[in-house]
Design a protein. Structure first.
Length: 132
């Protein structure tokens, strides 16, 4: 990433670019927690790796569609309350909050961590029943 940044971002010095990458790397890792949790939950639902992959890719694509529908109906007086529910549990809705200055990004990190644990926990009962 640093090497690509050195070629693409000509105006930045090497040490400034490296320090910025190191500063934002934990936020990116914490944003991936819900997606890792979703992938683990999908792999716990089925014994087949291929079906788990299909479930994870389909679920990720469906979550983007759900985000688009929720944001489209967010200001609607009739459907606004129902559209607000998926916005609280979809990781994409918290994506922009991770780049807030100061400690403004901490609530989004907490939500992403909780979503990851909940998604892994959702697949755990199926994994516990499976006879490996």
């Amino acid at each position: 990433t640093w090497l690509m940044g050195m070629f693409a971002m000509v105006g930045n010095g090497p040490f400034e670019l490296a320090s910025s990458l190191l500063f934002f790397t934990p936020r990116v890792w914490l944003y991936t927690l819900p997606w890792v949790g979703f992938g683990i939950a999908c792999s716990q639902l089925t014994a087949s790796a291929n079906w788990a992959r299909v479930l994870a890719i389909s679920g990720t694509a469906a979550s983007w569609v759900m985000l688009g529908l929720a944001t489209a109906f967010q200001d609607d007086p009739t459907w606004g309350v129902l559209a607000d529910i998926p916005l609280q549990v979809l990781p994409q809705a918290w994506m922009t909050e991770l780049w807030q200055p100061g400690l403004g990004w901490m609530p989004a990190v907490c939500v992403c961590a909780v979503l990851g644990v909940v998604m892994v926990g959702a697949g755990a009962p199926f994994f516990a029943r499976r006879n490996l």
